[in-house]
Design a protein around this ligand. Structure first.
Ligand code: PLP
Length: 224
């Protein structure tokens, strides 16, 4: 067995049945993705439109591609035909663009709203006020070519486990609030995407049901 499939097998053994694993393959070549594919994995995450689209074209069509990185509105059209979940929606305007491109492609595109939970300036995402503005607004009711499937967040990059835990707790609470207030009779809103290689165990303990793991599967990256 290759290292990639070994890592994947070990990781999957630890995961509760309700947790979906997104194998983050950004910067990694198609051959390594195929190693994971051959061991049965089908869900891969990328953070750049061009790279994801190239891999989509090269690789088997039953792969589910998740966009996890910051997404510019003018690039949505490239992924709209095939993307299976966009984790990184951080504005109403982006949601409107995804909706428009979904309509052009005659499909409904599943989306997560990315929430800013880290205490770092550099991370993208909505704060709570912006989130509720979108959910309370009238515009969102007209978007028939997207679905809001849940929330996504990234914890602060730190060794401080209690800080990470408390940020995940905050996101889980927000998820529950949003679910109860806006989606209580809508089972589509069900995904809480939180946890990466360094913190997925904590994320799962705090209620994550989708983790995005790259380096623990494919090895360290030289660049982002
Ligand atoms: C790169 C990336 C990951 C995976 O990071 P690892 O630490 O390699 O597991 C997860 N989520 C997002 C948004 C990323 O950009």
């Amino acid at each position: 067995m290759s290292t990639v499939s070994q890592n994947l097998t070990e990781l999957k053994k630890q995961l509760p049945a309700n947790v979906t694993l997104v194998a983050v393959s950004k910067t990694k070549p198609a051959e390594q993705i195929m190693e994971a594919y051959q061991s049965g994995h089908r869900i891969f995450g990328e953070n750049k439109v061009q790279e994801m689209t190239k891999k989509y074209e090269q690789l088997p069509k039953d792969i589910q591609w998740h966009m996890i990185g910051h997404l510019q509105r003018n690039k949505v059209k490239y992924i709209a035909p095939y993307v299976s979940l966009i984790h990184s929606v951080d504005s109403l305007r982006l949601l409107q663009t995804i909706n428009k491109e979904g309509a052009k492609n005659n499909r409904v595109i599943p989306c997560l709203l990315q929430i800013h939970i880290a205490k770092e300036e550099t991370k993208f995402g909505l704060n709570e006020t912006e989130l509720f503005e979108i959910l309370d607004g009238d515009e969102i009711k007209n978007l028939n070519h997207i679905t809001i499937n849940g929330l996504m967040g990234m914890a602060t990059f730190t060794e401080d486990k209690e800080k990470i835990r408390s940020e995940f707790k905050t996101l889980k609470n927000l998820f529950d609030t949003v679910k109860n207030r806006y989606f209580s009779d809508n089972s589509t809103f069900s995904v809480l995407s939180m946890g990466m290689s360094g913190d997925y165990q904590i994320a799962i303990e705090e209620g994550s049901n989708m983790i995005r793991v790259g380096s623990a599967i494919f090895g360290e990256r030289r660049y982002q």
